[in-house]
Design a protein around this ligand. Structure first.
Ligand SMILES: Cc1cc2nc3c(=O)[nH]c(=O)nc-3n(C[C@H](O)[C@H](O)[C@H](O)COP(=O)(O)OP(=O)(O)OC[C@H]3O[C@@H](n4cnc5c(N)ncnc54)[C@H](O)[C@@H]3O)c2cc1C
Length: 415
């Protein structure tokens, strides 16, 4: 551990580790030293578990995120652990509206890819560790307890066991997740909308292959998604995200496997085949949280600490990853010009570039979720007509698909 770094990233989760990966290739040439501080210990080389970021969830990566991983040089490794989404079937339970998206029709090899978070974490960490560089230090387990402004640099207080220590840096990146207590300590307010829902997630097996088809199914008490996963031990597997009102979550978690499968069939139907096996279930409270301030001199708030979204449209991490590479590009460019990495105008220009992507993506997730959770019969007719029209209108579908895949935003250069 050094006394001074150019950048201190708080949180080695999906977002913090992705930022370290994005800076890795330029760090030597630009003489840039980076620390990633994470409160949980790093897993051993072959280990998969790394709580809480790399937990039992799976993440749907849009096709645009694949392009980012290609740019970072990790797609070859990651692609060994993903399941492509070739088709998406969107339906509204008990109503006529259905629309289908198809990769071939949209001119891409896949609309997206599903990866289990544990694999994503493993690949990101391996990429950094195998580079064997002295430019990136993982300081963990260590908790950041305070971030403060010094006369000419930022100060970060670390707690390792009972020992407190200080490191200084030009820039602090807070990638410490949606429950960031540092955000609050620093007086960064945020806007929060509770959806009064939980997501119950689990892996399920079906009696027939998923054929790389993903389902988005809207029901009168919350949307469900079924995402194709890699087969394992002879089982056809999919990842289930089932949103339920808060008052129903405990009862759903308490069901035994057979009763859970029966309830799932009642809500989801049989279009994916028979569900024959269900894994361990976990639940997450759902809210939309957006930090009202995302940059200050010497400070950037990134990932879930900046914005956490309803998971149903699968956009939270994809949006964050676009923010990660946009920030990395700005930092690389500024470093080449000899600009201090904590310079406020540099950070503001990063945020201004990102804000329209954030606004659009957040609005898309939020409106979709509210429109499809509403029982108003007039709205129901409207949304089902909308789904049917979308299904019939190729160009509108392409606009929708490109936006959902994250292909609207140009890729920045990390050179
Ligand atoms: C059910 C569900 C399904 C989802 N599905 C999708 C999907 O399909 N597609 C998609 O794009 N997104 C999806 N998301 C969103 C995605 O999971 C998040 O965007 C992503 O996890 C955010 O990562 P993060 O690194 O910002 O935060 P986290 O994953 O919360 O990581 C924060 C890290 O910071 C560490 N930390 C916290 N405080 C400190 C401290 N003081 N000092 C040191 N370390 C600290 C924590 O230990 C943790 O490792 C889903 C979310 C949910 C809940």
């Amino acid at each position: 551990m050094k006394q001074h770094y150019d950048i201190v990233i708080i949180g080695g989760g999906m977002v913090g580790a992705s930022l370290a990966c994005s800076l890795l290739a330029s760090a030597d040439a630009l003489d840039m030293n980076i620390a990633v501080v994470e409160s949980f210990p790093l897993p051993e080389q072959s280990e998969l578990s790394f709580q809480p970021s790399y937990d039992a969830r799976a993440t749907a990566l849009g096709y645009g995120s694949r392009s980012i991983y290609e740019m970072l040089g990790i797609w070859d490794k990651l692609s060994q652990h993903v399941s492509p989404i070739k088709d998406i079937h969107v339906s509204d339970r008990g109503h006529f509206g259905v629309t289908r998206l198809n990769a071939e029709q949209e001119g891409v090899p896949a609309l997206g890819y599903v990866v289990e978070n544990q694999w994503l974490g493993r690949v990101l960490l391996d990429h950094i560790q195998q580079a064997n560089t002295s430019r990136i230090d993982f300081i963990c387990p260590a908790e950041v307890t305070e971030v403060h402004y010094g006369a000419d640099q930022m100060g970060v207080t670390l707690k390792q066991g009972e020992t407190l220590s200080e490191i200084g840096c030009e820039l602090v990146v807070m990638a410490d997740g949606g429950r960031s207590s540092l955000r609050q300590d620093m007086g960064i307010s945020y806007t929060e909308t509770a959806y009064e829902q939980h997501a119950v997630i689990t892996n399920v097996s079906t009696d027939r292959p998923h054929n790389n088809l993903a389902y988005e199914r809207f029901t009168d008490n919350g949307p469900m998604a079924l995402l194709p996963l890699e087969n394992e031990a002879g089982y056809y597997r999919s990842a289930l995200v089932w949103t339920v009102p808060n008052e129903d979550v405990n009862a759903l978690l308490a069901l035994d496997d057979d009763a859970f499968i029966q309830r799932l069939h009642e809500r989801f139907g049989y279009r994916a085949g028979n569900f024959i096996k269900v894994g361990k279930r976990h639940s997450y409270p759902l809210k939309l949280t957006v930090a009202n301030e995302q940059v200050r001199r010497g400070l950037v708030v990134l990932g879930n600490a900046a914005h956490s979204l309803h998971p149903i449209a699968g956009q939270g991490y994809n949006l964050a990853l676009r923010g990660v590479v946009a920030l990395a590009a700005k930092l690389i460019e500024s470093r080449k010009q000899g600009v201090n990495l904590g310079d406020l105008s540099l950070l503001q220009s990063f945020y201004e570039q990102q804000s329209s992507d954030q606004d659009q993506t957040i609005a898309f997730s939020d409106y979709t979720m509210k429109l499809f959770s509403n029982r108003n019969p007039l709205l129901s007719v409207g949304r089902n007509t909308g789904l049917q029209l979308l299904d019939l209108c190729g160009p509108a579908k392409t606009v929708f698909a490109r936006s959902a895949m994250g292909l609207d935003m140009p890729l920045p250069s990390l050179k």
